[in-house]
Design a protein around this ligand. Structure first.
Ligand code: NDP
Length: 405
């Protein structure tokens, strides 16, 4: 009996619930809880219609540990899949510890009042999860998540040592809106407006944010999507990969952005709409980025008109048996196909499918352990097979393209 509770009923939550419902032999009982229970009920109704699977729903404020504890004691799941927002990671981990429940998420903790995300807060739970004999798996979406698994698989099967990793994330899709984000706008804009960092020879090197004229970018020729301008960006999986990939000398993360997106972002930043602190407005306090979120399209609603592909992968340089080796592992995901299957765009899909697979690995006992783990610390083989079976097939090819030195 594997009863699982999914927290969060947004773009990603919708995919996780539907993908779990496709495996009733593993996920024998499903619950979805979120702040707005009507969103959970809407997903449950669709799952019933699509798969004939009953999903139970609940309202919870995941910022409150007592509310979470009451829910966990009522539901008694073996695992919580956290696809709410990064702000709730620690409260959900606290509640899991109190109730003796395993934990999995897709994004690392970020305090609401500081646009800074890093693993240190969640790694600090290592001893507490270990003492309770529980497992917490961090960052099991696509990036972080599948990109880390690609690195673990390359380290295990392709290389004696990996010298450099370039993670390349291309969304070549078109949703028809002049400006929209593909996942929660607040979290997304906080991420992409930061000072950029990459890691080289043991230290983090800072470069200007992507809206700056001095930012670092180049044109990469993506499989299927073709040449796209790709911008150096800080992304959280680099923080754990520098610890877990042996002999690594450099890791960078690149993401494609179109010029209209960057122009909008620059204007929004310049006029103060991306601020995360409170400002006084007509007698009340508002946080500009929250107001902006209310105006922008809900990422979950983008799917119905989304066309084109997302192409995400890792380019490796290293050596095997004394020979230099360049490999590229990537997935191509089609927005419209995702919508047809689970009524979601590819960014929600590529995050939700790996979260389901990670949960499956834990429930089947393929991933076992006590403490807090990043996914590259766990065996990648069955996970890689499941990607192929669950809508995210990957390819590994010799890399013949060019990357900046
Ligand atoms: P959405 O904003 O669409 O959904 C978030 C959900 O969390 C909503 O249902 C929201 O409820 C709920 N929620 C927010 N605050 C609370 C709270 N205090 N208590 C209970 N529920 C709450 O976001 P996405 O689905 O796009 O993203 C979900 C997560 O996935 C994020 O953490 C994001 O960073 C991560 N992600 C990871 C990626 C990866 O590749 N690793 C890629 C993309 C996203 P309400 O509707 O009431 O606001």
């Amino acid at each position: 009996m594997s009863r699982v509770l999914i927290i969060g009923a947004g773009g990603v939550g919708n995919v996780v619930v539907k993908k779990c419902a496709q495996h009733p032999e593993v996920f024998t009982e499903l619950w979805v809880a979120s702040r707005t229970v009507s969103k959970c009920e809407a997903i449950a109704a669709e799952v019933d219609k699509l798969y004939g699977v009953k999903v139970q729903t609940a309202a919870v404020d995941a910022d409150s540990v007592p509310e979470l504890v009451a829910l966990l004691n009522k539901v008694k799941p073996v695992l919580v899949i956290n696809v709410a927002l990064p702000y709730q990671d620690l409260t959900i981990m606290d509640a899991c510890l109190e109730c003796g429940i395993n934990y999995l998420d897709t994004a690392n903790y970020e305090p609401e009042d500081t646009a800074h995300f890093e693993y240190s807060w969640q790694w600090a739970y290592q001893d507490r999860f270990k003492e309770k004999g529980l497992m917490a798996v961090l960052g099991c979406g696509f990036d972080p998540g599948v990109t880390n698994i690609f690195c673990a698989w390359a380290q295990k099967h392709l290389y004696s040592s990996i010298e450099t990793i370039d993670i390349l994330d291309c969304n070549a899709g078109d949703h028809g809106h002049p400006f929209a984000t593909n996942f929660n706008p607040e979290i997304n804009i906080r991420e992409v407006t930061q000072v950029v960092r990459h890691w080289q020879d043991g230290e983090w090197i800072e470069t200007p944010p992507i809206m700056s004229d001095e930012c670092v970018h180049f044109t990469f020729d993506y499989p299927v999507a073709g040449p796209r301008e790709s911008y150096l960006l800080y992304h959280e999986e680099m923080e754990s990969l520098v610890k877990h990939i042996n002999g690594l000398k450099r890791i960078r993360f690149w993401m494609t952005f179109g010029q209209p997106y960057l122009t909008h972002l620059k204007v929004l930043e310049n006029v103060g709409m991306t601020r995360i602190d409170e400002v006084e407005f007509e007698g009340q306090k508002i946080v500009p980025i929250r107001f902006l979120k209310a105006l922008l399209p809900d990422p979950g609603s983008l799917g119905s008109n989304y066309t084109g592909k997302a192409v995400i992968g890792c380019v490796f340089k290293g050596e095997k048996d004394g020979k230099e080796l360049h490999k590229y592992i990537y997935n191509v995901c089609d927005h419209a196909e995702c919508y047809k299957e689970v009524q979601a765009q590819a960014v929600s899909y590529t995050t939700g499918v790996p979260a389901m697979i990670g949960a499956m690995m834990m429930l089947k006992g393929i991933w076992k352990g006590e403490g807090v783990f990043n996914v590259e610390q766990l065996d990648p083989d069955v996970f890689m097979d499941e990607l192929n079976k669950n809508g995210l097939p990957w390819q590994v090819v010799d890399f013949e393209g060019k990357l900046p030195e």
